[in-house]
Design a protein around this ligand. Structure first.
Ligand code: ADP
Length: 625
C-alpha cells in the first residue's frame, strides 16, 4: 500500500516533500515584521488617496476616547457641585451643554468608525485584486522547471492562499497604529495622576501577550510544516470529486482508497491542531485572570484616593475609565501584534515568491540578437544533454543534428525517449544542461525568449482544454487575433475543427468543457482538431506538433497531416507521431531511444539502412497485414 500512496503523493507534489518542518524562533518572528514597510508601500501604491483618507480618519478617531472620558469627568464634577448648592441656585444648563458635547462626540466617533471600516474594505478589495494580478503576472514570467519544483509550488500556494488574510493584515496594521495613538493620549492623563498605574497595566497585560505569541508561533509552524500534506489533501478532495476523474474513480472503485487517505491525513492534522488549541484555551483563561487582578488592583487604588478626597468623583470615573480602556487597548494591541507578526511571516512567502527570478530571460548585458526572418540555416543541436531538475537520469544526452530551415522533421522513439523534451528545448521552456542549440549559427540564448516563442508554434500532446468558447480555444494560438473571426474560421477549416464547431449549438461562441454552466464537452478527437487549429492560427516560422493527433482516427490524421504539409510549405516543422503513415511524409526522420541519437534520414534512406527505423516500420506494417 505504501508504494501506492507514495506514487499518489508524487503526483500531487511532483517530488517527495522536503524533510524537516520549520520551527520559528522569536527572532525570526520579529524579523518578519521587517516585511511590513514593503507591505505598506504596496498598500499605498494600490491607492494613495484611499490610504491617506483612511489614515486621517483613524487619527481623528484616535483622539476621541480621551475627549469623551474627559467630558464625562466634567459632567460628573458639575453634577456633584450642583448637588451641593442650595436648590434655588441649581441650574442645569452647563450640564446640558456638556451632555450635548458628549453626545456630539459619540455620534462623531461612530461615524468615523464606519468611515474607517468602509475605507478599509474598499482598500482591502483593491489590494487583494492587485496582488492577485501581480501574482499571476509574476508566475507567468517564471520558468517551467520552477513550477516542477515542489518547494516552489508550496511557496506559490502559500502566497496565493493568503490573499484574504493580507487584507486583514492591512487593517490590523492600521488599527494598531490608531490604537497606539489613543493609548498615548490616555497614558498622558493616567501618568499625570500616578505613573505607577502604567506599570501595573503592563504587569496585567504582558504575560497574556507572551502566552499568545508562543501559541501563535506554534500554530504557524504547524500550518507551515503541513503545506505539502494540505496540498495532498486538496488533491485528494479534487480527485475524489471532479468531472475529470469521476470516470476512472468509478470504474476502478477508487473512492474508498481516496477517502481513506484523506481521512488519515486530515485526522492526523486535526489531532495535532486540537492539542494546540486546547492548551491555548487553558492558558488564555489563566492570563485573563491575571489581567483582571491588575485592573481591580488599580481600581482599588483609585477609589482609595477618591475616598480620601485626593481626587474628585469626576476624576475617579476618568481614571477608572482610562485604565479600563487602556487595558482593553493594550490587550488588543498585543494580541493583534501576534497576528500581525504571523501575517508578516506569511508575507515572507509572498515576497519570497516575488523575489524568485526566472533564469530563461534575455541577457541584458549584451545587445539582443534580432530573430532571423526568415530562418536561413536552421537549428543546430551541438552535443545537447538535458536532465530534469531532481531527475537522476538524463532525458537527452549527446544529441547532435541539424533541423534545417524549411525542413519537415519527424521524431520517432518509444514513450519516454525524450521527444517532448527535445521540443521543450527548442522552444526554450528549458535550457540544455550541456551542449548548446544554435539558431542560424548563434546560441539560442542570445535571442529574446519572447521573440523566439512568438516565432514558434507548439501543440503539445497534453494541450490545454481551456474552458472558454470554441472560438477562443482556437484563438489561443495567437490571442492578439481573438477578434479576427475570418482568421479563426480559416484556421478551423484547415484543422478540420470547423466540422466540430458546426455541430455546437452556439457555434464559435459555444463554451466548451464542462466546468461552467452551459458548457458542451467534446470527445478527445474533437478537442484535438480544435487544438490543431491553434497551429494554423499561430502562423509561426517553426511549427511543432507533438502527437496531438493520437486520438484522431487514421484517416483524419492522414488528412490533417496532408493539410499540415500544405500549411508548412517553406516553413520548418517538427512532428511527433507513432503512425508511420504520417511519419513517412516528413523530409527526414530522427530516431531517438532513451534520450540517445540513433539515426536520421529520409524514410527511404532509413528503410534501406535496415536499422532501428526499418525494424519499427516493419513491426507496425506487420500489424496491418
Ligand atoms: P517522450 O516525449 O519521448 O515520450 P519525454 O521527453 O516526455 O519523452 O520524457 C523523456 C524522459 O524525461 C522520460 O524518462 C520522462 O520520465 C522524463 N521526464 C519528462 N518530463 C519530466 C519532468 N517534468 N520532470 C522529470 N522528468 C521528466
Amino acid at each position: 500500500m505504501a508504494s501506492i500512496f507514495d506514487s499518489l503523493h508524487a503526483v500531487s507534489a511532483k517530488r517527495p516533500r522536503p524533510d524537516g518542518k520549520p520551527v520559528l524562533s522569536v527572532r525570526e518572528r520579529f524579523s518578519a515584521l521587517g516585511n511590513l514597510p514593503e507591505f505598506l508601500k504596496l498598500v499605498w501604491q494600490t491607492s494613495p488617496s484611499l490610504t491617506l483618507a483612511n489614515m486621517v480618519l483613524r487619527l481623528l478617531r484616535a483622539a476621541l476616547p480621551v475627549a469623551i472620558l474627559y467630558v464625562g469627568q466634567l459632567i460628573l464634577d458639575e453634577v456633584v457641585t450642583l448637588s451641593r448648592l442650595p436648590a434655588a441656585e441649581r441650574t442645569l444648563s452647563p450640564v446640558l451643554t456638556l451632555l450635548a458635547l458628549e453626545f456630539g462626540l459619540a455620534i462623531l466617533s461612530d461615524a468615523l468608525g464606519r468611515g474607517v471600516a468602509l475605507l478599509d474594505s474598499l482598500l482591502g478589495d483593491l489590494f487583494a485584486n492587485r496582488s492577485s494580478i501581480r501574482l499571476m503576472e509574476h508566475a507567468a514570467r517564471l520558468d517551467l522547471d520552477q513550477f516542477e519544483d515542489s518547494a516552489f509550488y508550496d511557496k506559490l500556494e502559500r502566497a496565493r492562499r493568503q490573499t484574504l488574510s493580507r487584507t486583514v493584515l492591512m487593517s490590523q496594521v492600521l488599527s494598531q497604529a490608531q490604537d497606539f495613538i489613543t493609548m498615548g493620549f490616555l497614558a498622558v492623563g493616567l501618568a499625570a495622576f500616578n505613573p505607577w498605574l502604567l506599570l501595573l497595566l503592563l504587569v496585567a497585560v504582558v504575560p497574556a501577550f507572551l502566552g499568545e505569541s508562543h501559541f501563535n508561533e506554534r500554530s504557524y509552524s504547524l500550518v507551515h510544516g503541513w503545506t505539502p500534506e494540505r496540498r495532498e489533501l486538496d488533491y485528494l478532495r479534487v480527485t475524489g470529486a471532479s468531472d475529470e476523474t469521476a470516470k476512472e474513480v468509478k470504474i476502478f472503485g477508487l473512492a474508498g482508497f481516496l477517502t481513506d487517505r484523506f481521512r488519515q491525513l486530515s485526522d492526523e492534522f486535526y489531532e495535532k491542531n486540537k492539542n494546540l488549541v486546547v492548551r491555548r484555551a487553558g492558558w488564555g483563561t489563566f492570563f485573563a485572570a491575571v489581567g483582571a487582578a491588575g485592573y481591580y488592583a488599580a481600581y482599588v487604588y483609585i477609589i482609595t484616593q477618591a475616598v480620601r478626597g485626593a481626587v474628585s468623583i469626576g476624576q475617579l470615573t476618568f481614571l477608572a475609565g482610562s485604565f479600563a480602556r487602556m487595558r482593553g487597548l493594550l490587550e488588543g494591541i498585543l494580541s493583534r501584534f501576534s497576528s500581525v507578526a504571523e501575517g508578516a511571516l506569511y508575507l515572507q512567502d509572498f515576497f519570497d515568491f516575488f523575489h524568485l527570478q526566472p533564469r530563461i530571460v534575455r541577457d541584458e548585458s549584451r545587445p539582443v540578437r534580432p530573430f532571423p526572418r526568415p530562418i536561413r540555416v536552421g537549428f543546430e543541436f551541438e552535443n545537447v544533454g538535458f536532465k530534469y531538475r531532481n531527475a537522476e537520469k538524463w532525458a537527452l544526452r549527446n544529441l547532435s543534428f541539424t533541423l534545417h530551415a524549411g525542413e519537415k522533421l519527424a521524431l520517432v522513439g518509444e514513450n519516454g525517449s525524450g521527444k517532448t523534451t527535445l521540443v521543450k528545448l527548442l522552444s526554450r521552456l528549458y535550457d540544455p544542461t550541456e551542449g548548446r542549440i544554435l539558431l542560424d549559427g548563434y546560441d539560442l540564448r542570445e535571442y529574446d525568449p519572447q521573440e523566439l516563442r512568438q516565432e514558434i508554434g507548439v501543440i503539445f500532446q497534453d494541450f490545454v482544454r481551456f474552458q472558454l468558447s470554441a472560438g477562443q480555444n482556437l484563438a489561443v494560438g495567437r490571442i492578439e487575433e481573438k477578434e479576427n473571426t475570418a482568421r479563426i474560421q480559416s484556421a478551423a477549416a484547415q484543422s478540420l475543427a470547423d466540422s466540430v464547431v458546426k455541430k455546437l449549438p452556439q457555434g464559435y461562441d459555444q463554451i466548451i468543457g464542462r466546468r461552467f454552466a452551459g458548457g458542451v464537452d467534446l470527445s478527445g478527437g474533437e478537442w484535438q482538431k480544435i487544438a490543431l487549429g491553434r497551429a494554423y492560427m499561430r502562423d509561426a516560422q517553426l511549427l511543432i506538433l507533438d502527437e496531438p493527433t493520437a486520438a484522431l482516427d487514421a484517416r483524419a490524421e492522414y488528412e490533417v497531416f496532408q493539410r499540415f504539409n500544405e500549411l508548412t510549405q517553406g516553413k520548418t516543422a517538427v512532428l511527433i507521431s507513432h503512425r508511420f503513415s504520417t511519419v513517412r511524409m516528413a523530409d527526414r526522420i530522427l530516431v531517438i531511444e532513451q534520450g540517445k541519437f540513433i539515426e536520421i534520414g529520409s524514410h527511404q534512406e532509413l528503410l534501406a539502412r535496415g536499422g532501428r527505423y526499418a525494424e519499427l516500420f516493419q513491426l507496425q506494417a506487420a500489424g496491418y497485414r
